[in-house]
Design a protein around this ligand. Structure first.
Ligand SMILES: Cc1cc2nc3c(=O)[nH]c(=O)nc-3n(C[C@H](O)[C@H](O)[C@H](O)COP(=O)(O)OP(=O)(O)OC[C@H]3O[C@@H](n4cnc5c(N)ncnc54)[C@H](O)[C@@H]3O)c2cc1C
Length: 368
């Protein structure tokens, strides 16, 4: 059997592994014991029980795939990967095709666990949801989709808490249309969620790399001092590609993203594929788009391994496509679809995402 190693068991790596594991010997490297459905995270923070279905050990999600609990430290010129195992030992992995799908690196473990078991991640949510329950003043740094969804979840359950979003850009969720941003801003105004756009946080009592659960003060560039009992860093991640620095630094752009061909092969390296958040594809970094990358990558890997290099398919980046589905708590949300436009009818947005956070969809795709 031909072999494939996939580094990163997030949205891209996990679902690519699922597609390829019937025909090839697939190894998946990820420091966690589990795959976590990221859409569920904002709700798991306030309702730890919600995480039970959203965190799926790889042995259940991908029973035909060999999972190695480790971290890719370096990719060598022959595409062998130096992996540090959870035990601290190092091993080297070789395969006929290698795939890097190591996604985004966040400032701390709030939205993404590292080197954890399912139980440890569930315990984290238990503790963190209690911290939210206890806090009266909550500051969210970052008004992108993650910060907005978390604000909606907290307000839904605790309408009397004082929630403040600090966003440096001129509007919330700037990756989608101004109309959607306005709708969210109006909804939050009605619900008493304070939004400071065009506002830069310059200092907080707790550094970015900690999950803060204590009181402090956030200071903004325009001189405001906002006291908090809990501060949550909801700023976006950046491409997780440090393992390419030693031998493939020339492939990284200024944002540390990997340059890929439209076949999802890494530029000049046909046996190395990259997909998901780490790529330099000009599109919003979203699972929604990754869903379109996976069949292309799977087809092309199959072609290479079956000696049909001329039958490769191409992926067209969703450049400037503002499609997005954002929840504003359990009862409603806002969806933007090209051609259709903005949809804010609670019945529809509840069915589309808010009532389930896409957990059943992704579990079903994993055969669960
Ligand atoms: C809280 C949250 C909510 C979101 N909601 C939505 C949504 O509703 N809709 C939507 O379309 N998108 C959403 N997104 C964005 C979407 O989840 C990401 O675009 C997507 O997960 C990226 O997939 P990926 O596989 O590239 O990376 P990730 O899903 O980030 O996975 C990367 C994986 O690689 C592993 N890894 C990292 N470094 C290494 C290494 N050196 N060696 C081995 N493994 C490594 C990590 O442990 C992780 O499991 C959300 C993101 C977050 C964080």
């Amino acid at each position: 059997m031909k072999s494939i190693v996939i580094y990163g068991g997030g949205m891209a790596g996990t679902f690519l592994a699922k597609k390829l594991c019937q025909s090839f010997a697939v190894t998946l490297v990820d420091s966690n014991e589990y795959f976590e459905i990221p859409m569920a995270t904002p709700r798991s923070m306030v309702d730890a029980n919600f995480a039970e279905q959203a965190i799926i050990p790889f042995k259940h999600a991908l029973p035909k795939v060999q999972h190695i609990q480790g971290h890719l430290m370096q990719l060598n010129p022959d595409y062998s990967g130096v992996v540090r195992l959870k035990t601290g030992q190092e091993m080297q992995l070789h395969a006929d095709v290698s795939v890097i799908a190591t996604g985004s690196h966040f400032s701390n473990s709030l939205v993404r666990g590292q080197s954890q078991t399912k139980l440890q991640r569930q315990n984290f949510y238990q503790d963190f949801s209690k911290a939210i329950e206890k806090a009266q003043n909550i500051v969210l740094v970052g008004g992108g989709p993650i910060g907005v969804e978390i604000a909606g979840e907290i307000n839904d359950l605790y309408p009397h808490k004082i929630i403040t979003i600090i966003e440096s850009k001129t509007r919330l969720v700037s990756g989608t249309t101004a109309k959607v941003s306005d709708y969210i801003q109006q909804d939050f105004k009605r619900r008493g969620i304070r939004v400071f756009t065009n506002t830069q946080l310059v200092q907080a009592s707790h550094p970015k790399d900690t999950v803060c659960t204590e009181a402090g003060v956030a200071m903004t560039a325009d001189g405001q001092q906002i006291a908090y009992d809990l501060l949550m860093w909801c700023i976006g991640g950046h491409a997780n590609t440090t393992y390419l620095q030693a031998h493939f630094a020339d492939l990284l752009n200024s944002r540390a993203q990997v340059q890929v061909e439209n076949t999802l092969q890494v530029k000049h390296h046909p046996r190395l594929f990259a997909l998901g958040d780490i790529t330099d594809l000009a599109e919003n970094k979203m699972a929604w788009h990754i869903n379109g990358q996976i069949p292309v990558a799977a087809h092309n890997i199959r072609c290479l391994l079956e000696d049909k290099p001329h039958a490769l398919k191409t992926y067209k980046a969703k450049t400037n496509n503002p499609m997005m589905a954002i929840t504003l708590g359990r009862q409603k949300g806002v969806v933007y679809l090209p051609i259709v436009g903005m949809i804010n009818i609670p019945l529809i947005t509840r069915m589309a995402k808010a009532s389930h956070m896409l957990v059943p969809k992704y579990r079903k795709e994993l055969g669960l």
